[in-house]
Design a protein around this ligand. Structure first.
Ligand code: PLP
Length: 396
């Protein structure tokens, strides 16, 4: 018997435990400090009224003989897949077929699980800094991962370059952690690259509902040719506050064929073998979120976070600290002042302003010298945190 030794090659991530440890130590010295967490990666607003009502109604149905639901369809209930297809049609003018939509318990699971359908010998390209799941899931499977630098020089949006040989390409737009988002022209270049090279793009659209800029596509299927090269992952987590309820979906277009096989069919086979679906009440709640009333309610929450993002972005504009994100994203990626390193600035911000951010170096080598702020705290706390930062670091 042998274990999967590739697990020994996964880098330990100490990022959030190290943040917690430094905060704990600081609080020992200064127990009265009123800390504000500006590194929160989870949503904080309650789920919308329509979702709550749908959850209760569906749960009550389950307690009746007529309304009981056992195992559901593997790809998700038709009412939810139809609601997702309507959503793409309504918001983006994109036609999806019901059999291309797979309901999941969140984007993270599918982003990892999709690798089951790809050969080990594919070369994987990710951006640096990166959402660590893309790297770790591939290292676990023994795949080679190449990093594409996301720096101020390329607007934190790496592009294909001559000589790039990548079979599987992860693109996250709007991006976690940088908040940068690909516009149509740039995304078109990636789609063209993938179609020319026979590569597959794994497009993570978890933050699509934060897109404001009309030039920024909310789905890769707005781009010509994407249906023959891209799989899209999406989630109700950040859109509708479902981080604790768990629901997402993956689109595998019928036109995506490699080695003569439709990837949609392979993914269906994989899911029906290893996955037994999402709870009926959760799928009902998710569908309620995409209906007009529910969508209007959850949009209020998105606006709330966007207002916070604006407060943060305006602060850094005023301080003249280079940053990206905040406009199409709940994340703001800021260059540390005085060329400080990420952890050094984290410590300074903690001790001088009692504000907690996330050091950028924890997301990859190119994140060194940056920190990530998020807009998931309350409005009052966000305003107060920014007031402190301006007081301490602004021109006196
Ligand atoms: N993709 C990105 C880029 C994320 O930042 C996150 C969560 O933070 C996820 C996916 C996970 O989403 P889910 O909660 O649907 O698993």
């Amino acid at each position: 018997m042998h274990i999967n030794k590739n697990y020994q090659n996964i880098e330990e991530t100490y990022l959030f435990s190290e943040v917690a440890e430094r905060v704990r130590k600081y609080m020992e010295q200064d127990p009265g400090a009123s800390l504000i967490k500006m590194g929160i990666g989870d949503v904080t607003r309650p789920i919308c009224k329509s979702a709550v009502e749908a959850l209760i109604k569906a749960t009550e149905e389950m307690g009746t003989a007529e309304g009981f639901h056992g195992y559901g369809p593997e790809q998700g209930y038709e009412f939810l897949r139809d609601a997702i297809a309507d959503y793409y049609q309504r918001e983006d003018g994109i036609k999806l077929f019901s059999d291309e939509i797979f309901v999941s318990d969140g984007a993270k699971s599918d982003i990892g699980n999709i690798l089951d359908i790809f050969d080990k010998d594919n070369v994987v390209a990710v951006t640096d800094p990166v959402y660590p799941v893309y790297v770790d899931t591939n290292v676990m499977a023994g795949r080679e991962v190449i990093k594409l630098s996301a720096t101020a020089d390329n607007g934190f949006l790496p592009m294909p370059y001559p000589g790039l040989e990548a079979d599987i390409i992860y693109l996250c737009s709007p991006n976690n952690p940088t908040g940068a988002a690909y516009d149509r022209a740039r995304l078109q270049k990636w789609v063209d690259y993938a179609n020319q090279h026979g590569s597959v793009i794994l497009f993570d659209a978890a933050y699509e509902s934060f897109v404001t800029d009309p030039d920024v596509p909310r789905t890769i299927y707005e781009i010509e040719g994407a249906r023959s090269c891209a799989i899209e992952f999406c989630s109700f987590s950040k859109t509708a506050g479902f981080t604790g309820l768990r629901c997402g979906y993956t689109i595998v277009p019928g036109g995506l064929v490699r080695d003569g096989i439709q990837l949609r069919k392979m993914w269906l086979r994989r899911q029906s073998t290893k996955f037994n679906g999402v709870a009926y009440p959760i799928q009902r709640a998710a569908a309620a979120c995409l209906k007009e009333q529910g969508y209007a309610e959850l949009t209020e929450n998105i606006h709330y976070y966007k207002e916070n993002a604006k407060v943060i972005a305006d602060t850094f504009t005023e301080l003249k600290w280079p940053y990206t994100g905040g406009k199409n994203s709940p994340y703001i990626w800021v260059k540390c002042p005085k060329s400080m390193k990420s952890w050094a600035f984290f410590d300074e911000l903690l001790s001088k302003a009692n504000v907690i951010c996330t050091p950028g170096s924890g997301f990859g080598a190119c994140g060194e010298g940056y920190v990530r702020f998020t807009s998931f705290n309350t409005h009052e706390n966000t305003v107060e945190a920014m007031r402190r930062i301006k007081d301490i670091f602004g021109d006196k």
